[in-house]
Design a binder for this molecule. Structure first.
Ligand SMILES: [Mn+2]
Length: 319
């Protein structure tokens, strides 16, 4: 659906439950916050939900704005719409959603995931979900207000690593950012917010992960991992995966980053990053996860070493 059709559909409802994926990032939460603000301007009632966790330093402060618990079915008023942002399937929310049957709207920029929902706007060309929210706001004839503009810009900067992953000649995105500038955005403070505010423990974790990393397939794949005990030993409150990716991605010849994180005994969360042609969204999807061509993830059963062996065998086919 076009942004205008989505806007018109929104007007048919009075109450909104806005959800995103678990392990949220700035784009997911920024989309939720910007859309919630816009709907409130339209005199609608809005609640935003997230399963968390809010480990990432740049989103740490937003935790209190989000509900962790979904409402009881009997407490949901008529004319309610559920909106899913920055992912395309309800299982990605990490919330017990099964009992709630509401009309569903999906707004996303990921390529994987079979589509659910009565209303959907999925554009894999968009660098962030927040830019899709901007399109919807602008389709109404309004401009994002300064609060919304900052949420939108924050999501864009998170997903493009501050313009770095923006595709060549993406005039549409750059024009969108120029229009946000009219509403008041602050690149300087946004950059500091995304890249600053770190504590020493999180940087010590970065050091451990970098120290463990190894190259495979003539240096095209770099692999490392994070153990449960790291969190206890370092007394970690926040995680800084962004710095890990940044450092590993800058290594010559590296195309794929494979980062494993021990979640509990015999369960490992896997993150993929690709700076080459390989679509890691498809790979994660084939393993029951999700994401897009350049960044994706999944959760697998097994020890870190078992999951590593399984994944290296899988990647051997591609290299
Ligand atoms: Mn996103």
């Amino acid at each position: 659906m076009t942004a205008l059709e989505i806007y018109q559909s929104l007007l048919e409802f009075e109450h909104f439950l806005i959800l995103g994926h678990e392990c949220p990032d700035g784009d997911c939460l920024g989309s939720q916050l910007a859309l919630a603000s816009f709907l409130k301007r339209l005199d609608r009632s809005v609640k935003i939900y997230s399963a968390g966790p809010f480990f990432k330093p740049e989103i740490h402060n937003w935790e209190s704005l989000f509900n962790r618990k979904l409402p009881m079915v009997e407490d949901i008023p008529p004319k309610s719409l559920m909106i899913l942002l920055d992912c395309s399937t309800l299982d990605r929310t990490g919330l017990p959603i099964e009992e709630i049957t509401l009309p569903l709207m999906i707004i996303d920029h990921h390529s994987s995931g079979s589509l659910q929902g009565e209303y959907s706007m999925v554009d894999a060309q968009s660098p962030s979900t927040t830019l899709l929210i901007q399109q919807i706001i602008e389709a109404s004839g309004k401009k994002p207000n300064s609060e919304e503009a900052n949420y939108i810009f924050f999501g864009f900067c998170t997903d493009t690593a501050f313009f770095k992953h923006l595709a060549e000649n993406n005039l549409q995105a750059l024009r969108s950012i120029a229009r946000l500038a009219e509403s008041g955005i602050n690149p300087n403070s946004t950059y500091s917010r995304i890249n600053g505010g770190k504590d020493l423990a999180s940087q010590k974790l970065v050091a451990r992960i970098i120290g463990r990393s190894n190259l495979y397939f003539f240096g095209k794949l770099i692999y490392s991992w994070e153990e449960l005990k790291d969190h206890d030993e370092l007394n970690l409150t926040i995680r800084d995966a962004g710095t890990v990716y940044q450092m590993l991605q800058s290594i010559q010849h590296c195309e794929i980053i494979l980062l494993l994180k021990e979640m509990k005994d015999n369960q490992v969360s896997v993150s993929f990053r690709s700076s080459g042609d390989l679509d890691v969204g498809e790979i994660a999807h084939s393993l029951g996860g999700g994401g897009h061509a350049k960044a994706s993830g999944c959760t697998l059963d097994g020890s870190i070493m078992e999951v590593r062996d399984l994944l290296l065998e899988l990647f051997e086919r591609y290299f």
